[in-house]
Design a protein around this ligand. Sequence first.
Ligand code: NAD
Length: 261
Amino acid sequence: MSKRLEGKVIVITGAAMGLGQATAMEAAKEGAKLALVDLKEDALEQAKQELKAKYPDAEVLTVTADVSDEGAVKKYVDETVKAYGRIDGFYNNAGIEGKQALIPDYDVDMFKKVIDINLLGVYYGLRYVIPVMQKHNYGRIVNTASVGGIRGVINQVPYVASKHAVSGMTKNAALEFARSGIVTNAIAPGAILTPMVAGSFKQVNPEDPQKAEAEFAQGNPTKRLGKPEEVARVVVFLLSEDCSYVNGQTIAIDGGQSNTY
Ligand code: NAD
């Protein structure tokens, strides 16, 4: 069977760990040429080494960048084009949860930081990647929203606001650029066991985060959390040529939990 991303140039933000790293691994398995972007230089280098250990033939460019800095976003796009000449797929994924608090108590600086990274970071990515894709009339974009992009999550007001915005921007990009061969979708993961979610359970129950995790899993129809690879496999489909007529959707990857009430 041919590889689903053979020769495709794929940019992944937030690639040093969690969902971004798992998707980089899955994309390398499927033959992609990768540009991996992250704020954390050391962790990014470590992720590259882990990837090369498993897929020695994979082409991997790393760029350290803060996605909330427009100039840094332009730079990672420019460096990718310089290295590979084009961009076929974009996993616009970097994001943070922020501190948990009710609306009146939410720290305004933290609110702005979450918006800067989760909303503007995704917007800047679209702003600079789409014109590159338009040049060759082909593109697959996957933005990372969240179940917090389709419903509320107590104590996480800027996160929920930013992820609803990601879902909204996804719909707009889908409408504006399908005529250029660019298909845009978002994913809405539920609780997937990554460093971010481990940190979230620490916020919920600092004394016993594993208890918080077990309680959360009980609310899921599958009675477990998701694994990063389970998200990565969906993202790789959305980044592939097989995804040609799904456009503007926000796809829940949550074991069905968002269907409960
Ligand atoms: P993570 O914290 O495990 O990994 C996120 C990566 O993004 C890290 O490597 C981090 O250094 C990088 N990053 C953070 N801020 C950045 C910035 N300003 N510029 C560049 N890189 C930056 O998180 P994760 O769980 O893998 O989450 C990835 C995405 O998925 C986020 O957008 C998150 O909101 C979303 N998400 C995750 C879950 C989940 O259950 N894990 C659920 C829903 C949505």
